[in-house]
Ligand binder design. Sequence first.
Ligand SMILES: [Zn+2]
Length: 150
Amino acid sequence: MKLIDLTGKRFGRLTVINRADYNKNNRTVWSCKCDCGEIVDKIGNYLKSGETQSCGCYKKDKDFKNLREEYDNKRVDGIVKPLFKDKDPRKDSTTGFRGVSKYYTRKSKEVRYRAWITVKGKRHYKSGFLTPEDAYYKGRLILESEHLPK
Ligand SMILES: [Zn+2]
């Protein structure tokens, strides 16, 4: 069987750099560069069939998008319905996002945002976000999925 050279071809977010010097289960493996900068080895057949379209970051983005859509679906007339069943959303939140607070880094005194959630008297945090929105979507919603009973 003649080998089709995939060098330089694009599959989703992946651009083929060259053929890897090994095969996987008798299938040709290609080194690809993903749009996010990651270099990954992928099997040629999966590239051609469209099964492989990124280093894995595409799936992560999609998961994040789903999370956000899920959140948007909970909006009714511009008001976010409480996701947290036990308590009413705090109206005095200074960041505009429930469960997100502002803080300053200890050394450089830069503004950062921290997501938090209290479940059964225990507080959980995710810190280091640059915007309150990030802290909410990438922090608070993750915390909710990790700690709130399903
Ligand atoms: Zn990637």
